[in-house]
Design a protein around this ligand. Structure first.
Ligand SMILES: C[S@@+](CC[C@H](N)C(=O)[O-])C[C@H]1O[C@@H](n2cnc3c(N)ncnc32)[C@H](O)[C@@H]1O
Length: 255
């Protein structure tokens, strides 16, 4: 398959970003908020497939909490960096494409896919990736999916506009589908075990924070983010779900 501009972006970022903690996501506090959901769904004996593992940062934590991790990425440089930085213990790093996987050794008990589908071209590709992941899971196995959808961006932009703040624009390399359009494909293959959202984190970092420091002074993961991290994890009411840029799903593969 031909590489898209987004694919090339990730292959370059694997070596251009010198801080390994920030290669996969600059906002390291958001990653902690995400991990609070992920870890609840892991199992010490599970054979796990990690889709779009980047430089293996998440893999290095994951492998301590499960039996074995097969982790792949479509960016060759990410796989090289993962082998170099994290290495292989009870895990394997390899090159593959979620749209056309060739090197999987399934079926897996758990598949983890974090902010990967937003890098595909459109909803049709996202659906294809979802079907491929379902095929690699054992019946009754679990897909832990954390992805961005455009609904939260619209709600945050609307509130920001009413407060005199500029619109929140998604990164141009990403494609955000609407959650309502994506959900039917999920329901065809999976039952929903648990849903998660980043509503409180996004409300605080995308509305309260720019109001406090001014929209031009916001930092990616600064002191503010660290100070509110425990609040975002402890109190995340459903009333803030419409503001979530990210939705997490723990999905059970239907037999
Ligand atoms: C935002 S990073 C997330 C990395 C990791 N999941 C994490 O949370 O730390 C997205 C990763 O998905 C990978 N990716 C994008 N398209 C892919 C595809 N078709 N197959 C496999 N990996 C892909 C990119 O190369 C990049 O490393």
């Amino acid at each position: 398959m031909t590489k898209s501009e987004t694919d090339i972006h990730w292959n370059n970022r694997a070596i251009a970003e010198k801080n390994p903690e920030k290669v996969n996501i600059g906002d390291t506090v958001q990653r902690e908020v995400e991990f609070s959901f992920i870890r609840k769904h892991l199992d010490t004996t599970a054979r796990v497939l990690e889709v779009g593992c980047g430089n293996g940062f998440l893999t290095s934590r994951l492998r301590n909490l499960v039996g074995f991790v097969d982790a792949f990425d479509y960016a060759e440089n990410m796989v090289l960096q993962a082998r170099r930085l994290v290495g292989e213990e009870n895990n394997r790093f390899f090159h593959d494409n979620v749209l056309e996987p060739k090197n999987l050794q399934g079926p897996y008990d758990i598949i983890l896919c974090v902010r990967v589908l937003i890098n595909l071209k459109n909803l049709a590709e996202q659906r294809r990736a979802l079907a491929n992941m379902a095929r690699a899971l054992r019946p009754g196995g679990k897909l832990i999916l954390l992805e961005g959808f455009n609904n939260g961006f619209s709600a945050l932009t609307d509130l920001r506009g009413r407060l005199g703040l500029p619109p929140l624009t998604p990164a141009p390399i990403n494609f955000y589908s609407s959650y309502d359009e994506f959900l039917p494909s999920v329901r065809e293959l999976f039952d929903i075990d648990e849903e998660f959202h980043t509503g409180m984190f996004d409300f605080l970092t995308r509305v309260v924070y720019p109001l406090l420091v001014g929209p031009d002074a916001v930092a990616e993961a600064g002191d503010f983010h660290h100070r509110i991290a425990s609040l975002a994890q402890t109190f995340n009411p459903d009333s803030l779900r419409p503001m979530a840029r990210l939705i997490g799903l723990a999905l059970i593969h239907r037999t």
